[in-house]
Design a protein around this ligand. Structure first.
Ligand code: ADP
Length: 498
């Protein structure tokens, strides 16, 4: 029996799943030009839950043409900022009104527990639109006094103008929330968009498409093309009439996108992988640090670019922290995301299962020891046991490479002086965690860590107002906060001779 029929779905989701899925291009729902579709699978059962259009270069081209028309001539470009703001706010309201449906779809498509989808993904998406609804009316330039001209000779000011047509390529780990992170600031800035969801998880973006229309977004402002990375994604990043690409995904694909973007030198922002250190000092409050270390890696099944996958623990407390993390791993109930008893669902796809299991085997072969987990769970669906490795060293693949699964490598340390170097010994620099009761150590270490976000006595806390992005090969640019508006606007200097 498929998960679709094993759990009672809301009537709206049942209806949505029973209808043919289409691309949103220029305000119309259309089939792919090729007529091709591809299956969407429930990762808990591997059953097919939908067929969606396999958009390719022809569909991307049509979507970019629609976005260009909406940018140049549509009402979006000339609308009062307060009206844009109202529409973006209405999107947030509609997401809330459809919270149950969106959470259910996300759980079915991605595998995550429905409760997490609802409390984190759906709530986070609504809040993102709300925050950026506020920014739509606050995008300003400056009046700038000239430095080397006679005072009074010139009047100089800057304007912040929308960058134009934006391509947004998003991953499968937080499908709806990644769409919100990308769409909300671009809409606030006045851009028009072609969104390409991940092929593993296209459903919540298509559902959102209808809500965008219901909120009153003019035709062509957001176009949604489902399809594969190598075809639709590559065509979007190479398209000569796209002004900017915003990408979240693997570092490997990020590099492909940079190359593909070179043709018209479109602007590129990238939010890529991570191998984040989560550091527990001997003076930490272990009632906070132990659950923080466990949730830092096991939340979202470790499918998180900020996952605390290298757990540095000061020697004195190593055994205590590790046994606490293992105890928490033991309590995690694996199951389908739609089962209310489930704490951890399957990983998203067979490819991801193979990849994570490959790392588990490689860890053991290279001499690391799993204290818990270490293999696939069951033989149906893509479940992986939460795994805690000890006896790991910095040369091992499980310590160097992003696994994107519920797998942590625990590494003891003694000396605080060497700690920052060890934690920074990675090509990534997305996030880090520090657990300590010593405020001085917390701030000193926070300054030394080469990471875009440092969490102290918490982990994984994001907010629409806080900038997010990576040092080193974790990316280019910052999403969220006012900083993201730099990604979606161009600065124009206007000089007037007086
Ligand atoms: P993962 O490896 O975790 O699946 P990816 O980085 O491959 O993550 O995927 C993230 C997004 O990038 C998805 O929407 C995917 O379709 C897209 N993508 C994959 N390959 C390419 C590519 N060559 N060009 C553009 N987009 C791509």
């Amino acid at each position: 029996m498929s998960a679709v029929s094993a759990y009672r779905l809301t009537p709206r989701v049942t209806k949505f799943l029973s209808e043919p899925h289409k691309l949103l291009v220029g305000g119309k729902w259309v089939n792919a030009v090729s007529g091709e579709t591809f299956p969407v699978l429930d990762p808990a059962t591997t059953d097919e839950i939908a067929q969606v259009p396999a958009g390719d270069a022809a569909d991307i081209d049509a979507a970019v043409t629609a976005a260009r028309a909406a940018f140049e001539t549509g009402p979006w470009a000339t609308m009062k900022p307060t009206d844009r703001s109202r529409i973006i706010w209405a999107i947030a309201d509609l997401i809330e009104a459809h919270a149950d449906e969106l959470a259910e779809l996300e759980s079915l498509d991605n595998g995550k527990p429905k409760k997490a989808a609802r409390d984190v993904d759906v709530v986070g998406s609504a809040e993102m639109f709300r925050y950026f609804a506020g920014w739509a009316t606050k995008i300003e330039g400056n009046q700038i006094p000239f430095a080397s001209a006679d005072p009074g000779a010139f009047f100089g000011y800057t304007r912040r103008e929308p960058i134009g047509v934006v391509g947004q390529i998003i991953p499968w780990n937080y499908p709806l929330m990644m769409a919100a992170w990308k769409l909300a600031p671009a809409l606030a800035a006045g851009c028009t968009i072609v969104l390409k969801p991940a092929e593993q998880t296209p459903l919540s973006a298509l559902y959102l498409g209808s809500l965008l229309q219901e909120a009153g977004l003019p035709d062509g402002v957001v176009n949604i093309v489902t399809g594969f990375g190598e075809t639709a994604g590559a065509a979007l990043s190479a398209h000569p009439d796209v002004d900017k690409i915003a990408f979240t995904g693997s570092t490997e694909v990020g590099k492909l996108i940079v190359n593909a973007s070179a043709g018209n030198l479109k602007k590129v922002s990238l939010e890529l992988g991570g191998k984040s250190p989560n550091i527990v000092l001997a003076d930490a409050d272990l009632d906070l640090a132990i659950p923080g270390a466990a949730d830092g890696i096991f939340y979202n099944h470790g499918q998180d670019c900020t996952a605390g996958s290298r757990l540095f623990i000061q020697k004195k407390i190593f055994d205590k922290v590790i046994s606490g993390v293992v105890d928490r791993a033991k309590e995690i109930r694996l199951g389908p995301g739609l089962d209310p008893e489930t704490d951890m669902g399957p990983v998203v796809s067979e490819e991801q299962l193979t990849r994570v299991v490959g790392y588990l085997q490689n860890g053991v072969e290279s001499g690391a020891r799993p204290l818990i987990g270490g293999k696939r769970h069951g033989d149906r669906g893509y479940f992986v046991e939460p795994t805690v490795f000890v006896d790991a060293n910095p040369s091992m693949k499980i310590v160097r490479e992003e696994i994107f699964g519920p797998v942590v490598a625990a590494i003891p340390f003694d000396n605080l002086d060497d700690l920052a170097n060890a934690a920074n010994d990675t090509t990534y620099g997305l996030a880090a965690g520090i657990w300590t009761t010593d405020i001085s150590k917390a701030h000193t270490l926070a300054a030394k860590l080469r990471a875009g976000t440092v969490w102290v006595n918490c982990y994984g806390v994001n907010d629409p107002a806080m900038p997010f992005g990576g040092f080193k090969q974790s990316g280019w640019g910052r999403e969220m906060g006012h900083e993201v508006l730099e990604l979606y606007t161009e600065t124009k200097a206007v000089v007037v001779a007086l």
